[in-house]
Design a protein around this ligand. Sequence first.
Ligand code: FE2
Ligand code: FE2
Length: 455
Amino acid sequence: MTNVTLSQAQRVVLLLSGAVKGVGLYPESHPAITHPLQELAGIFDALLADRHELRFGIIDGVLFFEQHLFFTPSAAVEELTELLVRKGVESATVIPGLQVEELRHFVTLLSRRQLQGAALAETLLRERIVHIALLLADRDRLRDDEEAEEDGLNPQATYRQALTVVGGIFREIEVGRIPNSDKLRAVVDQMAVLTIKDPATLLGLAMIKDYDNYTFYHSVNVGVLAMALGSALGFRGEELQELGMAGFLHDVGKTRVEKTILNKPGRLSSDEYEEMKLHSENGARIIGEMEGIGPRVAQAVLGHHIRFDRTGYPPWARALPFDRFCDIIAVADCYDAITTLRVYKSALNPKAAVELLRGLAGWHLDGALVEKFAEMMGRYPVGTLVRLDTNEIAVVWRPDPHGGEQPTVKIIMDAVGGMLEPPLVRDLAAGAAGGEIVAVVDPLLKLIDVSKYLE
Ligand SMILES: [Fe+2]
Ligand SMILES: [Fe+2]
């Protein structure tokens, strides 16, 4: 591996800090923006020809790029240092494959004043910036449990943090590193507290889907759903946390599957399917190497595609004694997959999805668990789009606490089809304001993104 020279490091700092400033001053296609970005991408590319990654950031208040520390501040050094500190970024890792367009997008997001800390990291993920990952400084990482509990946990922040952590783990594995499990443990810790305290909000958040970052959102949603089901079954403490980890990591073996297969819009060929099927055993192997994660998590990942009737894959593992973790993950996995729109299939609404799970009970899935899941989701699960007898359209926001047909909803469209902004919250059980659910509505027909009402 060739060393990064000091002049290369200085050039990177100069170009990067100039580009961040430039995007605010010039149109995107202006040479003042495109030229430095092309040069920067070229330097990264050349340096990454014989290494896995490049890292820059702040260490004890001093800017570094790889092994070079910038003690003597130039204007560019000062500006970049100030920017990273303000954004709550401890370091950024660049991996091979970064194209100019992605770099431009990264720089643009970095230059947005309001975007910092966890929100910045999450936006990068959402916007498919996958060749640069941020490590956040301490103040922006998860606070420890006691502190967090004192001022109340925030489900939205915890959900976002879970996305960032899961995204980071996947990326580290992709570049050949074995990730540390500390951050994962911290986030499942918080999630476990919230699952017991406020499951309805988390179930709403688990309805957020992201087409472009399917794997990350799917992983987090499966973790959230599995923990909610586990909690409904009476799991607490370490057991609930381990179940969450198994959910978050159940598809981690997909990091070993060719991207072309993973993102293929149509049906897989039989060879491709065989490769895809290796993800459960590969995932279990990866988890086995991660410190601080118990064997029960690896076991659940290994068996998450073994069906209740002991068919499924990998075939060699069918006779192993899997515990309930496996069956719980399978239910959560199935539910999230069928409520998500993919290129090759449409999404089911939550109510229809619960019905479909019932059809799989007893052979594909554990029937008792499916019933418990259905009970937990209620007659109209959170995220279902419904029509009321007043002809208003609403999104189910909180389940009916008594398991009945009167959840709390957000009315998003009035009786004559006008959108309500902001939506009106109405507890249907309260009766006075009226409104009884008469039908489930397909969000696609109304072109409504249900998830935006659930955050
Ligand atoms: Fe899977
Ligand atoms: Fe999955």
